[in-house]
Write a new protein. Structure first.
Length: 249
């Protein structure tokens, strides 16, 4: 999964806040354009939490987490350090993990429903008080991805209790559909780019072996595969090692 991205809470001015003067369709179109203009999954996550605060009624902060079934919850993007601290189990340093046993009940509900609302963290956060301690009284969690053993969740937070009404849920679900599509697109693009880089690296390594051992391309590739299996090293890593040794930086 992408590394953690912290987005300054003040860095939202370039995106119009949803209001009576801004139609929902216009705001969602702008959000989609921004999300699909990102270059990597990390950039998509970063943009998503920024836009959430501008787009979602009642939202003051936002975070994206990956929840493992019966395992840790990892926060991978957030808008403010206080959110990172609150999302970490028991108020640990931001980026910490919460095990399935330690997780608050409202998080686990996301395995069964795409949306969970936390009306007041002082009464409903499972008793650890981490959200309330960070000044976050209400939350709206929305699933971005649902896999067999893993969830990706976008959560909006507010300092006031009961900040998220039915309209916020509606806007949130429409927005997360765009986030999911953009994340899928950038993930596939990144995988394709990596595959192309890997193919090029293997091709270079094959060429090195052809010249060094005076063999043809098929023999060079077979030699590379056998060495990869013998040394228990990924083919791309072995190819990179050969190329780097032949053409040191």
């Amino acid at each position: 999964m992408p590394k953690r991205f912290v987005v300054p809470a003040s860095d939202f001015s370039e995106f119009p806040r949803l209001s009576g003067d801004v139609e929902l369709s216009e705001a969602l179109t702008a959000a989609a354009q921004r999300l699909h203009g990102t270059d990597s999954p990390q950039d998509t996550l970063s943009a998503a939490v920024r836009i959430t605060v501008r787009l979602l009624p009642g939202a003051e902060q936002a975070a994206i987490s990956v929840i493992e079934r019966d395992g840790p919850r990892r926060t991978v993007a957030w808008t403010d350090e206080s959110v990172g601290v609150a999302e970490a189990s028991g108020g640990q340093a931001s980026g910490g993990h919460a095990s399935g046993a330690e997780r608050a009940p409202y998080w686990d509900a996301l395995w069964h429903t795409p949306v969970v609302r936390l009306a007041d963290s002082e009464a409903e956060d499972g008793g650890d008080g981490s959200l309330a301690a960070a000044g976050l009284r209400s939350a709206l969690a929305l699933r971005l991805r649902a896999e067999k053993k893993r969830l990706t969740v976008l959560t909006a937070y507010a300092g006031e209790p009961r900040a998220f009404d039915d309209r916020a849920v509606r806007v949130g679900r429409l927005f997360t559909a765009h986030v999911s599509l953009a994340l899928e697109s950038t993930t596939k693009r990144e995988q394709l780019n990596e595959a192309m880089r890997t193919r090029d690296m293997i091709g270079q390594a094959t060429g090195v072996l052809m010249e060094r051992l005076d063999i043809d391309a098929a023999e060079a590739f077979d030699s590379l595969v056998r060495a990869s299996q013998r040394e228990n090293v990924k083919l791309r890593d072995l190819a990179r090692r050969i190329v780097d040794r032949t053409h040191p930086a």
